[in-house]
Design a binder for this molecule. Structure first.
Ligand code: PMP
Length: 455
């Protein structure tokens, strides 16, 4: 069933997320460094590492060698029978560099699974403590924590939730940080952060603190919010409110974590530590599917000293190949000082984006942190009016970028019309300043071409 479509596209039997048009997808055949090469030999800069996944780029010799060595030794052993050295070594490494007292690790195979496990750990923690009345999660509107039913319930993205809403357990949502649209002209960023935190506390009081399990948030909003950072002081206030009411704080660092924002964990820059934290994409860097929940001593101890059994589990948890890849990725990030490069290139990326789009008629906001940046499109900078969602501007930019040898993440605006289309950059940590120049140049051309096609 091989087709001769553009870029070697083939008729596909795979149920791709976006079914329409999936026969036009180029066939990726190899990858090296920041580039992916398709079947026709066309080269693409992987400028968002897929969905902020490929933090080391492709074909990294150290990770490849670790995977080859592990597969010759042991590919799989079920965790109800065995632990493995590689899983233990990875856990030691993660805990040694974790914030606060996140001294324990629960492995899964990806981000949604990590967030599901975090929700269940939080609920079981209160069951062990005899607080069965804690049944509510408070998340944030617009947020995304994965596509499985539990985390979809806690997430706040209307488009992803709407078909499944009748199947989801009840949960509550407060406003996310979104300074571009929601900060009032007469308030400072700090006051805006304070207002958001107060909204959370009001919700806690409304529900009754004794009914609330946890507050759930991405430290830096990613896939549905476009690299939105929290106002200074916001997370400190959230932490205080959680502590005052005995509520857990669950941070989703699936996308923004593991070096993406310039520190190993994004919450380090907020000066707080959560009780549970999900990590995934940059953990295995795309070399293997892996995610993890880091959990605090008190949660671990409550379960160990209580039922002694976490009522959960997946067949592939602590998969040796996944752990081997993740260990090699994690050691490479630290030993090759890639966090230093993220910080250095972050400043360059910010500057180049602002030079290219700062006065662009149709770009309303340029925001992000580290190597994690998004641009949001508007029809008019004064009124901040989003483009008509039916025009699918984000997808047009993605298509124009691919044609120019640039793969960059596309995000539709919200279905309630409160946010515009975005495109996101999350280049690998190994990128150079020249790579960034090329990325921004190609993105600029793609944006202009896409906008020209609809105006
Ligand atoms: N949380 C966040 C913040 C994410 O960005 C994602 C994936 N985009 C997920 C959870 C879900 O991860 P996965 O697709 O690996 O299940």
């Amino acid at each position: 069933m091989t087709g001769d479509g553009p870029n070697g596209a083939r008729t596909t039997r795979i149920l791709h997320r976006q079914i329409a048009g999936s026969d036009q997808l180029p066939i990726a055949v190899s990858g090296q460094g920041i580039e992916i090469i398709d079947k026709t030999g066309k080269v693409y800069i992987d400028a968002s590492g897929g969905a902020a996944v490929s933090c080391l780029g492709h074909g990294h010799p150290r990770v490849n060698a670790a995977l080859k060595a592990q597969i010759d030794q042991l590919a799989y052993a079920h965790t109800s029978f065995f632990t493995t050295e590689v899983a233990e070594e990875l856990a030691d490494h993660l805990v040694a560099h974790a914030p606060g007292d996140l001294d324990h690790v629960y492995y899964v195979s990806g981000g949604s699974e990590a967030m599901e496990a975090a929700l269940k750990l939080a609920r079981q923690y209160f069951m062990e403590k005899g607080e069965a009345g804690r049944v509510n999660f408070i998340g944030r509107r617009q947020s995304y924590h994965g596509n499985t039913l539990g985390v979809l319930a806690v997430g706040g993205n209307l488009w992803r939730r709407q078909q499944f809403a009748p199947l989801l357990f009840n949960s509550y949502h407060v406003s996310p940080p979104y300074a571009y649209r929601d900060q009032r002209s007469d308030e400072t960023l700090e006051a805006y952060g304070e207002r958001l935190a107060s909204e959370f506390e009001t919700k806690v009081e409304e529900l009754g603190p004794e009914t609330v399990i946890a507050f759930v948030a991405e430290t830096v909003g990613g896939a549905t919010q476009g690299c939105t950072t929290a106002p200074p002081g916001y997370f400190k206030r959230i932490r205080e409110i959680c502590d005052r009411h005995g509520i857990l704080l669950i941070l989703d660092e699936v996308m923004c974590g593991i070096g993406r924002t310039g520190t190993l964990h994004a919450c380090e820059q907020e000066g707080i530590a959560p009780d549970l934290m999900a990590i995934a994409k940059g953990l295995g860097g795309g070399y293997q599917p892996i995610g993890a929940v880091l959990l605090s001593d008190r949660i671990f101890a409550a379960i160990r000293d209580g039922s002694g059994f976490f009522q959960h589990g997946h067949t592939y948890l602590a998969h040796p190949l996944a752990c081997a890849a993740a260990l090699a990725v994690q050691k490479t990030i630290l030993e090759e000082n890639l966090l230093g490069n993220v910080q250095k290139q972050a400043a360059h990326l910010e500057r180049r984006l602002k030079e290219r789009f700062g006065n662009h008629h149709f770009v309303g906001d340029i925001r992000g942190r580290g190597l994690f940046w998004a641009i949001e499109y508007v029809t008019d900078r004064g009124s901040k009016t989003p483009f008509d969602p039916a025009l699918k501007l984000n997808a047009r930019v993605k298509r124009e970028a691919l044609a120019r040898g640039l793969a960059c993440y596309a995000m539709p605006g919200t279905i309630d019309g409160k946010a515009g289309d975005h495109n996101m950059l999350a280049p690998p940590f190994i990128c150079t300043s020249q790579d960034i120049d090329t990325i921004v140049e190609r993105l600029g051309d793609a944006v202009d071409a896409a906008i020209q096609s609809i105006t």
